[in-house]
Ligand binder design. Structure first.
Ligand code: UDP
Length: 322
């Protein structure tokens, strides 16, 4: 059985669905602080903290549902918030993860899939970004993810715990079958915000910075469909099950879109005009983040299927309909 932490959250819930479709037995551990109980699609649900040693001991000691691997999604993920609240980010993302990893070590669980981020790279000199691009997070969120990456390397050396680190670019889109959606509260991500404007629940979208060194002055990001991310996680589990060495993989579509281009695509898909307000830069934002995902494609055999920007926006829009 695979334990998915954060399985009530956006990416975690999509991944649980994909794992179950593939025939994996899945348990979810989530404290529901930011996730949704109704997004948990497995009957094996533990409500609680990843830092709760006695709960982890109970989960990891079960002989009937032996956990072979952990997929770790639970984390706080807002760049802007992390700049305001570094203490909470290091507590939730680093200290709690260390507690989870220590419990895994104590119970001899040796496979770990980690949700990391392109925010570990920072303001890069060269696009596209490979896994060998120098690291330089610009905000506490990126730092927190990088710290866990370093812990994982040390746990591999000392305890033989193997990992796949997935550095996501901008996760977006939703379950094409309409069962799951992106439901953050508060919502801070660009595509859902623009779609909320299109649906009439928000008056406008603020464009955070129009003076970046990019062709239209707005930040460029690489949007990757959440189901393509899920596929990579399943390949990651198969990779670790095959006894392969720990590895780091970028997961992106390898195509960049500016904030203005994303807004235009949302207008096209929804048929609605989206009012914008030009605003100041948001702290901690890098001008351009676009992936080179060659390693995931060649080593894992990963192929993106839904990550063209139109399909991403269409599935996100469909998931917002009541
Ligand atoms: N963004 C924006 N207005 C918003 C939300 C986001 O201009 O209301 C910009 C943000 O500054 C970044 C890009 O859209 O350049 C993607 O931001 P998001 O928060 O979706 O993802 P991030 O890149 O921070 O992970």
């Amino acid at each position: 059985m695979i334990l998915v932490t954060g399985g009530a959250g956006y990416i975690g819930s999509h991944c649980v669905k994909s794992l179950m479709k593939k025939g994996y037995e899945v348990a979810v551990l989530d404290n529901l602080s930011r996730g949704h109980r109704d997004a948990v699609l497995t009957p094996h649900f533990f409500e609680g903290s990843i830092g709760d040693a006695s709960l982890l001991s109970k989960i990891f000691s079960s002989s009937s549902k032996k956990i072979s691997a952990v997929m770790h999604f639970s984390a706080w993920t807002y760049v802007g918030e992390s700049v305001e609240k570094p203490a909470e980010y290091y507590q939730n993302n680093v200290a709690q993860t260390l507690a989870l990893l220590t419990a895994m070590r104590d119970h001899g669980i040796k496979q770990f899939i980690f949700s990391s981020t392109c925010a570990t790279y920072g303001d890069v000199q060269k696009i596209p970004i490979t896994e060998d691009t120098p690291i330089g997070p610009l905000n506490p969120y990126g730092h927190s993810k990088r710290m866990v990456e370093l812990i994982l390397a040390d746990f591999d050396r000392a305890y033989g715990m193997k990992h796949c680190i997935f550095r996501y670019f901008n996760a977006a889109g939703a379950d094409p079958e309409g069962q799951l959606a992106e439901r953050h509260d508060p919502e801070t991500h660009l595509i859902p915000i623009v779609l909320q404007v299109a649906s009439g629940t928000r008056s406008h979208v603020s464009i955070f910075g129009t003076d970046y060194p990019t062709p239209d002055g707005t930040c460029i990001r690489d949007y990757i469909h959440v189901n393509d991310l899920s596929d990579a996680h399943i390949l990651g589990i198969e990779y670790l099950e095959a006894g392969k060495p720990s590895n780091i993989f970028n997961l992106g579509s390898e195509t960049g879109f500016s904030v203005r281009e994303v807004i235009k695509m949302c207008e096209q898909v929804t048929g609605k005009k989206v009012p914008v307000k030009e605003a100041a830069r948001r702290a901690g934002d890098a001008p351009r983040l676009v992936a080179d995902s060659t390693r995931a494609k060649t080593v894992l055999g990963w192929k993106t299927k839904l990550s063209d920007i139109q399909t991403i926006v269409k599935t996100a829009w469909a998931s917002m309909k009541p």
